[in-house]
Design a protein around this ligand. Structure first.
Ligand SMILES: Nc1nc2c(ncn2[C@@H]2O[C@H](COP(=O)(O)OP(=O)(O)OP(=O)(O)O)[C@@H](O)[C@H]2O)c(=O)[nH]1
Ligand SMILES: [Zn+2]
Length: 272
């Protein structure tokens, strides 16, 4: 084990070569970043290749789509973990998730509490993937990590402690090898993935459900699929290949993202 100073520029997942007392960092295959409340951008983990988006009943509107887009932008393969399937109310969410995302991303219905559905997740990670879980507070990310990596011993929050005061005492990121293969990274910097920053461009390219659109290009390269002439997405909505409801959701999120981006620009924040 090599201890690394916090400000060394290394993050969890980095490959390094130890040369004497110097750590030489190898080029990163992927980098995952987050923006803090003040607009600062932080690198959270390197060299992940999959991102588990954890959801439980009542995810914030647009969260899943934004998280999938954010993962794809970072060149990570997103997968959906629908947790708390032991609760009756999760059935509704699971149905919607399957309807919307089957064919776009792998879906794993699980219950961390009942330790069910986890073999499939282990199997998925076991083929050599390195991943992390993201999701809004209280969906069960720590609980899932605890059952998948029993040595980890993370504090599981009580839902009543929702604002999380004094809860996340751990600030160290750790990488865990799973017994069945694969690795999971625990990144406290990431626990609250509630606000996922994405750009209009990213959304237009990576929105889940527009995959059929691959290879059929819009007339304009930077098409936002709104009312541009020669828009292949609009054409596929007309043909019923892309569901009208998904298109409506896309337009809703696009409008939100445009507003957010305008706000960022007015504050002088740069896009990633
Ligand atoms: N019924 C049920 N409850 C669960 C399940 N998984 C987690 N919980 C509960 O949900 C609450 C939040 O769990 P955590 O694992 O702390 O959630 P988290 O996503 O890590 O939350 P943050 O640390 O705030 O980001 C706790 O009370 C858990 O006991 C599950 O599969 N079923
Ligand atoms: Zn278009």
């Amino acid at each position: 084990m090599v201890r690394v100073k916090r400000n060394s520029g290394h993050v969890v997942g980095d490959d390094v070569v130890v040369a004497g007392e110097v750590l030489k960092q190898m080029p990163r295959k992927t980098e995952l970043r987050r923006r803090d409340a003040r607009g600062g951008i932080h690198l959270v983990a390197a060299n992940l290749d999959v991102l588990g988006i954890v959801v439980a009943p009542d995810p914030p509107s647009g969260f899943i789509d934004r998280a999938i887009v954010a993962a794809r932008v970072a060149a990570l393969q997103p997968f959906l973990v629908v947790n708390k399937c032991d609760l009756a109310e999760t059935a509704d969410l699971l149905g919607k998730v399957k309807n919307t995302y089957t064919g776009s991303v792998p879906i794993f219905p699980v219950s961390a509490a009942h330790k069910s559905g986890l073999e499939e997740v282990q199997h998925f990670l076991g083929v050599g993937h390195r991943g992390a879980f993201v999701g809004t507070t209280g969906v069960g990310k720590s609980s899932l990590l605890n059952v998948l990596c029993p040595e980890i011993g993370l504090k599981v929050g009580a839902l009543s402690d929702y604002k999380g005061l004094g809860r996340h005492t751990t600030t160290v990121s750790t990488l865990h090898a799973l017994s069945g293969g694969g690795e999971l990274v625990d990144t406290p910097g990431f626990r609250d993935f509630g606000l996922v920053e994405i750009s209009e461009e990213d959304l237009a390219i990576f929105f889940p459900g527009f995959e059929e659109h691959d290879g059929i290009s819009c007339r304009f390269r930077n098409c936002r699929h709104r009312s541009e002439p020669g828009c292949a997405v609009a054409e596929q909505v007309n043909q019923g290949i892309i569901h009208a409801e998904r298109y409506a959701t896309y337009l809703e999120i696009l409008t939100e993202v445009e507003k957010e981006q305008a706000e960022f620009r007015s504050k002088g924040w740069k896009n990633q």
